[in-house]
Design a protein around this ligand. Structure first.
Ligand SMILES: Nc1nc2c(ncn2[C@@H]2O[C@H](COP(=O)(O)OP(=O)(O)OP(=O)(O)O)[C@@H](O)[C@H]2O)c(=O)[nH]1
Length: 779
């Protein structure tokens, strides 16, 4: 019944999670990371790939011994023609790391020049050369040319041989199988000039010269061998893995590719290790919900009823997260205001929350931020529990809450769905126990595990610079155990854990999985959502930390790979995207719905429009962080981003498209999807002024006495009047004055009088936004 996760599956088939994820994406099955659970059909599709190859890898083994060495050469030329057709398709992978087997160029004696593209066929040996080209769209793309000739030619100059007719085919197999199975497989080569190495290693590629040196052979000899394989190469030509393997197989030298692991990539350390050592760990819970629905009260209530009262120090500290005990089991609550942390962390690729509790006040029902919270939780793929709060109020109407949430796909168990609803009163403390029980129940299903014995890894919950203590960071240990004195890299900074303080304000020496602790000892302040990894010694921590800091500086503000309408088509073309995520904001709910419906109707082959969030009102920072986390484009219809949202969008590289005409929105998105976006002009907002007072002057109209708050306002700019985030008018500037004089432009920090053509309804508090149309170059 429990679903298998990507990394569990990877473990099962003894492959890296990364490979499984890549395989899934080839199959159009999207998963977020190695922790994602796999649906049954995904598992069976994967089984189709991996089970087959693993069974095939064992099959040919028995043939090997008698084919080794003595049977080589010769035979290829005389291989019975019939053998070619029946090569079993699964056999290619053998025990090699996946992907390699398929890339092998075919070596059949009658192989046409196009052989390399026929992938798969190398491996397997046994001469069962496929009659038809392999289907798998081979990846064999050597940097140099490809071997084209068959083994017949290749081996004609080899000594020994004389094996049975099919012997020649076995060569291939040998080349492949020797490596993993037998570390020292070489029979003596009769015509040896120099002792060949037992094994050579390489990273990525080698030139002919380098390979010759490694093998202790003259480059000319290698070039000759390549020539016999149909590859014309020069001494400096780079050989790819397959070509290197072929040559090494010729010499019967084992070859191994050393995969360089980027030590500075902290994600590498988050790959699951030996899972047999894993133990159950507490769930990490985030509470979200609409303003005033009782998040803080609920968090406080849980903390007060549950944090062991006898604990010395009591609740003295607030560190952004705390743990409670329920039934002898711990639960970790992230105590971050709103869901900001939730999204910023996710935007930075960190998944810390195992479960989201969405608080809905029973007397108020589902509100915009409730929906937002639901969408955030859904996008992060975490289970949701609904806490129906304020049940003590006479006006409480839990049925209404259930009804409204059903519309958002959260159907209570009582109504046949699978969402847990817990009625409670955060104020009175009623129902808190049930809520905690439910949390444990849901997390049991999630099988949350970690290995306390490994070096700690985790995520920064919050961090700040403290005057007395320096950099102070609250960390959530996600796996392993963090100890005082551990050398640690946190985001782009590093240090040694000097002191650790628990959520109850006590000094602790160690922190196990799911435990939040505040640490000091870092040499800089990391950011919320940064990953941390403990290293074996301070030297490695320092070198990784320093090189991360350096590369972060370089990357800073350089190219962003977020989707924008401008690069959408390119990304689609490159197959990086199959879904276009959109967030739709409009001035009124009706417009939101109309727009969402029209956007969903856009039909461009191969791309799905996926609306992850909609809402009425101005574009907020939270919209931007959701967009950043989900690589979405934000569409604003008759609304504007507020100042924070604008800043966030700039920082995160989120594309916001603002429109006033529905069909323009649709057209723009559709054109972008088709790569037809007409680019010549783009609107550029040059400044904003706030209307501080208004004067009515006959014949002139309403003059808006304004103060330029951002950029500048120019006489020839287009203007937009914005009232509470909503565009109430768009048109042209009529006059722009500084005192009594006409002004060409008025800069930030100055007052001015503005009249807008054909619009006299300017009110105090309105924002006048000035923009110009600028020609832009499309990439
Ligand atoms: N009657 C009643 N009032 C509650 C309950 N829970 C919270 N409140 C009240 O609702 C108000 C808002 O509660 P908060 O906990 O501050 O709500 P919040 O969701 O954290 O609000 P923000 O921090 O502004 O987002 C407070 O006045 C609480 O006393 C409850 O169970 N019953």
């Amino acid at each position: 019944m429990t679903k298998i996760r990507v990394h569990e599956y990877a473990k099962k088939v003894d492959k890296p999670s990364k490979e499984i994820i890549q395989q899934l994406s080839k199959m159009d099955i999207s998963v977020t990371n190695h922790m994602s659970t796999l649906e049954d059909n995904a598992v069976s599709k994967l089984d189709g790939v991996y089970k087959k190859s693993s069974s095939a890898s064992t099959a040919p083994a028995p043939n090997r011994p008698q084919n080794q060495g003595q049977n080589r050469s010769q035979g290829q030329g005389s291989r019975p023609a019939g053998q070619g057709q029946s090569r079993p398709q699964g056999g290619q992978s053998g025990s090699r790391p996946s992907g390699q087997g398929q890339n092998r160029p075919a070596q059949g004696q009658s192989r046409p020049a196009a052989a390399p593209s026929q992938g798969q066929s190398r491996s397997q040996g046994n001469g069962q050369r496929p009659a038809a080209p392999a289907k798998s769209g081979s990846n064999f793309t050597p940097k140099a040319a490809k071997p084209t000739a068959g083994p017949g030619q290749r081996n004609s100059n080899r000594p020994g041989g004389g094996g049975p007719g099919r012997g020649g085919q076995n060569r291939n197999k040998k080349g492949k199988q020797q490596r993993p199975v037998n570390p020292n497989p070489m029979p003596p080569m009769p015509k040896k000039e120099k002792e060949l190495p037992a094994k050579i290693t390489f990273t990525e590629s080698l030139t002919v010269g380098e390979l010759a040196k490694k093998l202790g052979r003259e480059p000319s000899e290698i070039i000759k061998k390549l020539f016999m394989l149909g590859v014309m190469a020069t001494i400096n030509q780079e050989l790819d893995k397959d070509a290197i393997e072929l040559i090494c197989a010729e010499y019967e030298v084992e070859v191994e590719e050393e995969i360089l692991v980027d030590k500075t990539d902290l994600e590498v350390y988050f790959e699951p290790e030996d899972e047999t050592l894993n133990e159950e760990r507490p769930p990490v819970v985030t509470i979200m919900g609409h303003v005033d629905h009782g998040k803080t009260t609920l968090l406080d209530s849980i903390r007060h009823t549950k944090v062991t009262a006898g604990e010395a120090g009591g609740i003295t500290q607030h560190i952004g997260a705390y743990q409670v005990d329920e039934d002898g089991k711990k639960i970790t609550f992230l105590d971050t205001p709103g869901h900001a942390a939730f999204t910023t962390m996710r935007a930075r690729g960190a998944k810390v929350t195992d479960l989201a509790i969405i608080v809905v006040a029973a007397d108020d029902g589902v509100m915009p931020q409730t929906v937002e919270a639901i969408n955030h939780a859904k996008a992060a793929e975490v289970p949701i529990i609904i806490a129906v709060n304020k049940m003590d109020k006479p006006s409480a109407n839990p049925d209404r809450v259930m009804q409204e949430l059903t519309e958002h796909g959260l159907v209570p168990e009582a109504w046949g769905g699978d969402t847990i609803f817990v009625p409670l009163s955060a104020l009175k403390g009623d129902g808190i126990d049930t809520l905690l029980e439910m949390i444990l129940l849901v997390s049991e299903v999630g099988e949350l595990k970690a290995n306390p014995a490994r070096r700690a890894i985790g995520t920064v919950i919050e961090a700040e610079l403290d005057k007395g203590r320096g950099s102070v960071a609250t960390l959530l240990v996600q796996d392993g155990t963090l100890n005082v004195g551990d050398p640690i890299v946190v985001g782009n900074t590093f240090g040694r854990v000097r002191a650790m303080v628990s959520d109850t304000g006590r000094r602790v020496k160690e922190a196990g999985p799911s435990m939040p602790v505040e640490i000091t000892g870092l040499n800089d302040v990391p950011q919320a959502g940064d990953r941390f990894v403990v290293f074996e010694d301070e030297k490695s921590a320092r070198s990784v930390g320093e090189s991360r800091a350096t590369s972060a500086l370089q990357v800073q503000r350089s190219e962003k790979t977020r989707v924008t309408l401008d690069n959408l088509f390119d990304q689609l073309k490159q197959g990086e995207m199959k879904e276009l995520n959109l967030i739709v904001k409009a001035d009124v709910q009706g417009a939101v719905e109309a727009m969402a419906a029209s956007l969903l109707k856009i039909d461009v082959e191969g791309v799905n429009v996926n609306i992850i969030h909609t809402g009425a009102g101005a574009i907020t920072e939270s919209d931007i962080s959701l967009a950043a986390a989900s690589n979405a484009i934000v569409i604003g219809f008759n609304v504007r981003p507020d100042v924070n949202a604008k800043r966030a969008a700039e920082a995160e590289g989120v594309d916001i498209r603002l429109h006033r005409i529905i069909y323009k929105v649709i057209e723009e998105i559709e054109f972008a999807m088709k790569g037809l976006l007409d680019p010549e002009f783009e609107e550029k907002v040059i400044g904003q002024a706030e209307v501080r007072s208004t004067f009515k002057v006959s014949k002139v109209g309403t003059i808006a006495g304004s103060y330029v708050t951002e950029g500048k306002i120019t006489r020839d700019s287009g203007v937009r009047v914005i009232r509470e985030g909503i565009v109430v008018f768009e048109g042209e500037m009529d006059t722009l004055k500084r005192f009594k004089d006409d002004a060409k432009e008025v800069a930030k920090g100055y007052e001015c009088g503005i009249t807008v053509k054909n619009f006299n309804d300017v009110k105090e508090g309105d924002i006048i936004e000035a923009y110009v149309m600028e020609e832009i170059e499309r990439k």
